[in-house]
Unconditional design. Structure first.
Length: 314
């Protein structure tokens, strides 16, 4: 009887999201323009498997919301890994994936290797990182392995990292201006009014809400239980530090002389030319490609904003 009851409780959990996030936290997240834009990009990926399609409308909406939250957390880290691999390939002059780690050192290399093995290799893990498939299955898979849990927690820690505002440019004082200009000199012309600043693009907000929800879900999970949380938190904190170190290394690789990038660009152009004339795509294919490009560009912009928040000086 006890076993039957336990099994039924576990089945109920499979029908509902394991994450219980307070309503006020979700409302704050939904008020973010960046998160709403991301949700609109993901709106077409809403096909549930047969098992979860039997859920009621409200439950499916919760699954979608939690899937989108996970996407907002993990995809910037995946984009960081892709950028790190591209920079490493250019810096080392090789496309061999097994050599790319040599562009990084210490904690950054550890994070690079973890993300390379988990996020970029084809398989179920890569599908989860990109939230491909049934939104409910993607959400429940967050608890499936230590690596899933650790990356989710580390991504949340990175998203909530902040940096002090950069120091403003020093402005000369009135006394120094008078000392440097003779009295007979005409007064300087009045400064022109500053140009209007461009409207900032939407950005993803920090997402700390997943941590208490994840802790409660792990505690209620029949496999994990409450005793694993300190271990997970320690490992996730270490990975988050490695991701921040990887960000710093990527900034350094971005600053490499442009000759290396120019050489790589020339090689790419020659390779493309050797392939021959491309077949012209249909109008529908071009439209779908443009939509994909817009979504990718937005995710990369969100990733850059996340990296900027995480690049804290030691």
């Amino acid at each position: 009887m006890h076993t039957h009851t336990h099994t039924m409780e576990h089945m109920d959990r499979l029908y509902e999201s394991p994450f219980a996030i307070p309503r006020e936290d979700m409302q704050a997240l939904l008020s973010s323009d960046g998160f709403q834009l991301l949700r609109s990009c993901l709106a077409n990926d809403a096909d549930f498997c047969d098992f979860h399609a039997a859920s009621d409308t409200q439950t499916r909406q919760t699954w979608l919301l939690h899937r989108d939250l996970l996407h907002a957390l993990v995809m910037p880290v995946v984009e960081l890994q892709r950028r790190a691999e591209a920079l490493a390939s250019t810096a080392l002059g090789t496309a061999k994936s097994e050599d790319l780690e040599l562009a990084f050192a210490g904690d950054a290399r550890g994070a690079f290797l973890f993300l390379h093995c988990f996020a970029t290799e084809e398989g179920e893990e890569a599908d989860w990182c990109r939230t491909r498939g049934c939104p409910a299955c993607v959400t429940t898979a967050t608890l499936s392995t230590e690596s899933h849990v650790r990356l989710t927690m580390a991504a949340s820690l990175v998203s909530t990292a902040s940096t002090p505002s950069p120091p403003s440019s020093p402005t000369p004082s009135a006394s120094s201006s008078r000392a440097s200009s003779p009295e007979t000199e005409d007064p300087p012309p009045s400064p022109s009014p500053p140009a209007p600043s461009p409207t900032p693009s939407p950005s993803l907000p920090p997402i700390p809400h997943i941590l208490p929800a994840l802790r409660a879900a792990l505690a209620a999970d029949p496999f994990w239980g409450p005793t694993y949380w300190p271990y997970f938190l320690s490992r996730a904190t270490q990975l988050a530090g490695g991701i921040r170190a990887l960000i710093a290394d990527c900034v350094g690789l971005e600053a490499l002389p442009a000759t290396a990038v120019a050489s790589a660009t020339t090689t790419t152009t020659m390779t493309t030319a050797e392939r021959g004339v491309r077949v012209r795509r249909s109008r529908m294919a071009r439209r779908l490609g443009r939509i994909e490009g817009e979504e990718t560009a937005y995710l990369r912009r969100c990733a850059m904003q996340t990296w900027a928040r995480a690049a804290m000086p030691e």
